[in-house]
Design a protein around this ligand. Sequence first.
Ligand code: NAD
Length: 328
Amino acid sequence: MKVFVYSIHGFDKPFLEKANKENFILGFTEKALNLETVSLSKGYDVVALFSSDDGSAKIIDKLHQNGIKYITLRSAGFDHIDLLKAKSLGIKVANVPEYSPYSIAEHGVAMLMMLNRKLLESQRLIEKQDFRLDTLVGFDVHGKTVGIIGTGKIGFVFAKIMNGFGCNLLGYDITENPKSEKIGLKYTSLETLLRKSDIISLNCPLNHETHHLIDETEFSLLKHGTIIINTARGGVLNTNALIKYLENGKLGGVCLDVYEKEKGLFFFDHRNSVIKDELFLKLRSFKNVLITGHQAFLTNEALLRIAETTFENINDWIQCIDCKNELI
Ligand code: NAD
């Protein structure tokens, strides 16, 4: 079995090489899968894709022409793959549904605390030997109402951590998590969650239903000073509307690990180029916006599990065992 790995990075290559216990023949490229790079997969059976790869219908067609039979995703999210197209061509697709919900939830909490307690500003002042505190006032997270949109694996871990902080927990989901009662999380409508929460964490997948789930109307319902954390997918909120509510001062702060137009921007070195994406430049200009480049999953534990599951999926297919992570 020959496996071609797109979008390989320095952070995940060693984990993949170590997890390749069956000694599959591996090909690598740092480039993302797109129309220009799809020909690299010729002669391989499997492609291993990352969240920044393009799995749209026209690319899947070309992968099929190249003889690709399996697509294994090195991610939990699969919004970048046209699953129906793959199915129509007999290409099997599997993901890594659970690698470490802790990695993502903990990153969300880290961002919240960094923004609220102004740690970046504090560090900058210390570097300048300025020990005044006047610009560094935050708030107690204890006692605040935290709304979690999507209370699955990651959302639930986030809720548990916030429970530890002593927060009141509200949840909105299309399927209620039976464990929620144990930590006092109360389900409510999206509208009530938006109206009552001081802090909101987005933890649902991106799909047709959740695209721009938080749009103009939803932003208008928020309390003054609400903090939003998005570690899900950029498209779950409308970035233009977000900017409007940052500009009018309604939002207290925003923590973004994902961004609507991150493809081609995040994961790459742009030090010697001019970023022309006006939306991104605008976002970056706000003092109360904290951005990380889709790094919430980046822990040793998560990377190991992603690499192991990538090969488990391929092994299941080879041995004709039901691949439990198969998506179609
Ligand atoms: P999960 O499937 O365990 O949980 C998702 C939850 O969202 C489920 O409870 C589901 O019912 C709910 N949901 C689905 N549609 C909804 C809707 N319309 N409204 C409200 N809730 C809805 O998934 P998970 O493992 O918790 O991951 C959640 C998302 O986090 C993934 O889909 C992925 O996009 C994102 N993610 C981001 C990173 C990162 O590095 N930033 C890493 C992994 C996953």
